[in-house]
Design a protein around this ligand. Structure first.
Ligand code: NIG
Ligand code: FE
Length: 420
């Protein structure tokens, strides 16, 4: 199939786009793409591709900007229930970490998730996946973390694998058994940390390897930790991530969402794939990120969702040479948002990114944040045909406009899905 006459075809670069290089869109005006099955076969000016492939079935993208599908590298997709009542209390002044410490917050979602069957979890999650996909996300990372016992955490991994297999949105799973201290260990966080290391991580590895065989080592799920006061301190985070590394898992971390504990430098130290949130990040941590290959994932929906005024110091991260990516953090507590278009609009205002920088952070750099940049995140021959045909001709409409869906068609693995 030949997609032709795009007003702007944003091919980007293979990346990662580091520091001030962020925002290279490599635009072809009047651009075209040749797809062969699930793969991009050629990219170039429309007249050239039409001449070279005159009898190919065509899709006219006149008046449309075309860009890679969004990659959302940080979500907590699988949970049961909602926390609307808690939202109301927070807007009246209650604090997120105080609610958690009192046995609400994440723990209230854990209670509902433990009680839910696998089928119920799939049914509750599918509409979220649909919102994500129709708003242009073609690949997403998704975390466990609402089980906090081995059995339920594995049920959540099972749900993620089942949803990935259903498609069309592709999921990269993450084990987040250290999302909060399990209620059974409320007064013994160290006991729960030890349990994660001695029981949960080995069980997850064995369960995963049984399903995927030895060849899957490179594709094991990520292991993530919520490094934060009232969750896991720096030493506990180090213990969990070091054990995970020993077992062959790639690493991620939730760092500096509310307090600066040094999680970003820990991530760099352990060679983590990404460090996420990064709101209260210190100068030393920013410098460490800037020199590393650990992707800095900013989640502007989270301060927005909590009505807080402080966001990721994105400009400092770029000045330091860091690799900046964007994600939704979609979760029931701080940021129930499925739309990377909204993330881009927020990042332009709160992180002072240009639309071009925000788009690169939401495609190629976010693909690097989940180690999938070999297949997705930019439009180059040989890569997967995952792309968006917008209903607007100028990419800057992303960021400028917000609250409406600008995606006309999503192409996932070469298949066209009509959106609007
Ligand atoms: O990234 N901070 C930890 N995890 C989520 C919130 C999860 C929840 O409240 O359910 C976050 O903000
Ligand atoms: Fe998160």
């Amino acid at each position: 199939m030949l997609i032709h006459s795009a007003s702007q075809l944003l091919t980007l670069t293979p990346g990662p786009q580091r520091g001030r290089d962020l925002g290279m869109l490599n635009i072809i005006e009047d651009g075209a793409l040749l797809l062969e099955g699930e793969t991009i076969a050629a990219v170039g000016p429309t007249p050239d591709l039409l001449a070279a492939h005159p009898s190919e079935p065509r899709l006219d993208a006149s008046g449309c900007a075309v860009l890679p599908g969004f990659v959302d590298p940080h979500t907590h997709l699988v949970w049961a229930g909602d926390r609307a009542a808690e939202f109301e209390r927070k807007m009246a002044g209650a604090k997120y970490l105080d609610i958690l410490a009192a046995g609400g917050g994440i723990i209230s979602t854990v209670r509902k998730t433990r009680a839910a069957s696998l089928e119920q979890l799939l049914d509750e999650t599918r509409p979220r996946l649909k919102h994500m996909f129709t708003h242009g996300t073609t690949t997403a990372e998704a975390k466990t973390g609402y089980g906090l016992d081995t059995q339920t955490e594995i049920k959540l991994l099972q749900a993620l694998l089942a949803l990935d297999a259903e498609g069309p949105l592709e999921l990269a799973p993450t084990f987040l058994g250290a999302h909060a201290v399990a209620p059974e260990y409320r007064d013994d966080p160290q006991g729960y940390t030890d349990l994660v290391c001695s029981e949960m991580l080995p069980a997850v590895r064995d369960w995963w390897d049984e399903r995927h065989g030895q060849s899957s080592t490179g594709h094991r799920p990520f292991v993530d930790v919520f490094c934060e006061n009232k969750a896991f301190d720096l030493a506990q985070s180090r213990q969990i991530l070091s054990r995970a590394k020993e077992l062959g898992f790639p690493l991620k971390i939730h760092a500096d969402e509310f307090d600066n504990l040094g999680g970003a430098s820990l991530a760099v130290d352990l060679g983590a794939v990404s460090a996420d949130h990064l709101v209260k990040t210190s100068e030393a941590d920013i410098a460490a990120l800037g020199k590393s290959d650990t992707v800095a994932v900013s989640l502007p929906c989270t301060p927005f969702g909590l009505a807080e005024s402080e966001y990721t110091p994105a400009q400092k991260i770029l000045d330091a040479g860091g690799i900046l990516a964007l994600a939704t953090d979609c979760n029931p507590g701080t940021a129930w948002c499925e739309s990377m278009q909204f993330v881009i609009a927020l990042a332009c205002r709160a992180l002072k990114l240009t639309p071009a920088q925000a788009i690169a952070a939401a495609t190629i750099n976010s693909a690097h944040a989940i180690r999938r940049a070999d297949r997705v995140g930019s439009l180059h021959p040989g890569k997967q045909a995952d792309l968006l045909i917008l209903s607007v001709p100028d990419y800057r409409m992303l960021g400028y406009r917000f609250g409406a869906n600008l995606v006309r068609q999503v192409v996932k693995r070469g298949r066209v899905y009509e959106i609007a």
